[in-house]
Ligand binder design. Sequence first.
Ligand SMILES: NC(=O)c1ccc[n+]([C@@H]2O[C@H](COP(=O)([O-])OP(=O)(O)OC[C@H]3O[C@@H](n4cnc5c(N)ncnc54)[C@H](OP(=O)(O)O)[C@@H]3O)[C@@H](O)[C@H]2O)c1
Length: 321
Amino acid sequence: MRAIVCREFGAPLTLEEQPDPRPGAGQLLVEVAAAGLNYVDALFVRGEYQIKPPLPFVPGSEIAGAVAAVGEDVGEFEPGGRVLAMTGMGGFAEKVLVTAAAAVRVPAGLTDGQAGAFVQSYSTALFALRERGRLRAGESLLVLGAAGGVGRAAIDVGKALGARVIAAASTDEKLAACRALGADECIRYGDEDLKTRTRELSNGGVDVVFDPVGDAFAEPALRATGVGGRHLVIGFAGGSIPKIPLNQVLLRNRSVVGVDWGAWMLRNGAPQRALLEELLGWASEGRLHPSEPARYSLEDAQRAVDDLLHRRINGKAALFP
Ligand SMILES: NC(=O)c1ccc[n+]([C@@H]2O[C@H](COP(=O)([O-])OP(=O)(O)OC[C@H]3O[C@@H](n4cnc5c(N)ncnc54)[C@H](OP(=O)(O)O)[C@@H]3O)[C@@H](O)[C@H]2O)c1
């Protein structure tokens, strides 16, 4: 099989021939139809994530595809069935091993692309908004980086939870996609004053901020929260980790809430599975609208990573081996 290999952090990714993996006990061999590209994958291959995998490695943290073979003790899945799963590593390949405990059947209505780019973004969005942010129906939600992977999922999940959603992104084209997904209001945050505009659009202050960008946008977003506002710290795609004046947390009884879905998911297999099944149920019912990701071939893996890091992707991207 062919696989994308990272041989040196920051060096161009290479496409290589590798032996087909064989499923052991409790494992599935999946023929990858689509492998979602996430910001974390880009950090991994640049050696900028807090965990550095031993070199060389095959990146790719989530996939969807057809079961090609099953190992011993796997009763639930049969060859030919469509599954999606977190892989952690190894997804940017024609075939990948997945533990049966991590695999979930793909509902009939989801395309391979939607399924292969679903787990991380949508799980993060629901875990952040409902479990950590206590977002309630009728509340207002500001989403930064709203046209990115977790950003779009936060719009979609926020609307499904009954919130009024304000999307903030860098270009009119990205904001048009956010509006099409259901955002009620839009802010072009490079050009408009984020704090002032958010307050204007939310009757004085939003209830919840979903912030995967950080950098220069975190403080104005926190200052735009109202009484009892919750600022969810998701990530720092903007580059720098901001320092926040604590008086801004004291004022209006605000909270700054950390969200580490990855760490939670690793320690909470059953609750994560329930969260994912719930999200897939909502998608089947038409309550969620996962976007079709931008398509890249395996040969184009490096270009996909570059496009992501240079903010050229509107929505999510996936490799289609
Ligand atoms: N805490 C968690 O559990 C968790 C889970 C998943 C992801 N994350 C984090 O969330 C962040 C976003 O992940 P993602 O997969 O959604 O990434 P993504 O699809 O690339 O989206 C990131 C968005 O950030 C914005 N951005 C602003 N400045 C940027 C810059 N200098 N470089 C790149 N993007 C920039 C871009 O939108 P504009 O061009 O519109 O500004 C882009 O759409 C990452 O930091 C990731 O590590 C955290």
